[in-house]
Design a protein around this ligand. Structure first.
Ligand code: KG4
Ligand code: ZN
Length: 340
């Protein structure tokens, strides 16, 4: 089975063709980061305009690289939400038009289900599994008892991990997106600035990063008022360790409590070298739990992951209708219903 995936929820226009939900045939991503950099973040109107310009070219490129045509495609999977509504609409409308014109079934995919299913492009998922989803918009621990089953057992109460990275980086005067910049600086610094860790109430798998973000900003402001210098490398290392400490501790505790066989890392922050290393170290000590970390290119937004999640949804009988809309606040739900 071949599925065409389309992703336009934020600042990458992407199309991919995936075989049987696990094998990438082609995977094309047009990034807009350069256009948003000078504004210090994603500008929704600019994102939509780029998607309009790129979408047809990117889809054609995915077919050209695969050496395939529409008659080879069994389903078209598209990110239905969450994301920027104007951005989502471009992908959703392209998918609907292609589905109608070529008479190919349409499947709507939740962006986070896509991030999680990026792991299946690397290794078969063994259930029960636990996914740590860390992106610019999300920080979630998702328990999966089987394919297409998503139970959110913890989530952020305020900022997402990637959002905290980007905001802290902006205060430090680093270019957008700040995550990779802090990651690089952190490698050269020392964790010698005391920063808080939000563990929240006993046993909670929820996260909170806004207090940490404020603490970093206050540290910078206090230092500048006193005319003191803070090494950006040390601030990065201290901030990064605080984020990683909470993420890794809660993931390890949940993995044990839910007795999972696999831990999956997902989302743009999964590209963080410090987080990858800390998770690898932690799970090397847990017998019976394997850790899967997708390669960097599959951690950030792409359409192969949407095709992979869409394949499972399609197999479970989910079909999108022609009144499908971009849904900025779409909730992650298990694949139970036949139409959504
Ligand atoms: O998943 P993604 O591409 O888009 C969303 O769905 O949000 O994630 C983008 C986020 C940004 O906040 C970016 O700063 C962060 O992932 N990110 C990183 C790294 N690479 C990307 N954060 C920390 N370390 C990195 N190496
Ligand atoms: Zn994403």
């Amino acid at each position: 089975m071949y599925v065409l995936g389309i992703e336009t929820s934020c600042d990458e226009t992407a199309a991919a063709i995936v075989k049987n939900g696990k094998e990438i045939i082609s995977n094309v991503v047009a990034s807009q980061i350069e256009s948003h950099k000078r504004f210090g973040g994603v500008v929704p109107e600019i994102a939509s305009r780029h998607h309009v310009e790129q979408i047809t070219l990117v889809i054609e490129e995915a077919f050209r690289k695969a050496g395939m045509t529409y008659s080879d495609i069994d389903a078209i999977a598209v990110t239905e939400g969450p994301g920027l509504v104007g951005a989502l609409l471009i992908g959703v409308n392209a998918a609907k038009a292609l589905s109608f014109a070529h008479n190919i079934p349409l499947v709507g995919v939740h962006h986070i289900a896509g991030h999680i299913y990026a792991n299946r492009l690397v290794e078969d998922i063994v259930f029960p599994a636990l996914a740590l989803v860390v992106s610019g918009g999300h920080t979630e621990l998702v328990y999966m008892k089987e394919h297409g089953s998503f139970e959110v057992i913890g989530e952020t109460l305020d900022d997402a991990a990637g959002e905290a990275y980007d905001k802290v980086a902006r205060t430090m005067g680093l270019p957008y997106p700040g995550g990779p910049q802090i990651d690089k600086l952190a490698e050269k610094g020392n964790d010698n600035i005391p920063l808080p860790r939000a563990w929240l109430e006993e046993g909670s798998y929820n996260f909170s990063f806004s207090g940490l973000k404020s603490a970093v900003i206050n540290t910078l402001h206090n230092a500048s008022q006193k005319g003191q210098e803070i090494a950006p490398e040390d601030l990065s290392a201290s901030f990064q360790n605080s984020v990683i400490d909470v993420l890794v501790t809660k993931t390890a505790r949940a993995a044990k409590e839910y007795d999972v066989k696999q831990v999956l890392l997902a989302g743009g922050v999964a590209a963080n070298r410090g987080l990858r290393a800390a998770l690898e170290k932690e799970f090397a000590q847990h017998e019976g739990i394997t850790l899967v970390i997708p390669p960097l290119a599959l951690c950030t937004d792409n359409a192969a992951m949407i095709a992979a999640a869409g394949t499972i949804a399609f197999e479970k009988g989910i079909r999108g209708a022609y009144d499908m809309n971009g849904q900025p606040g779409l909730e992650l739900t298990s694949y139970k219903s036949l139409t959504r």
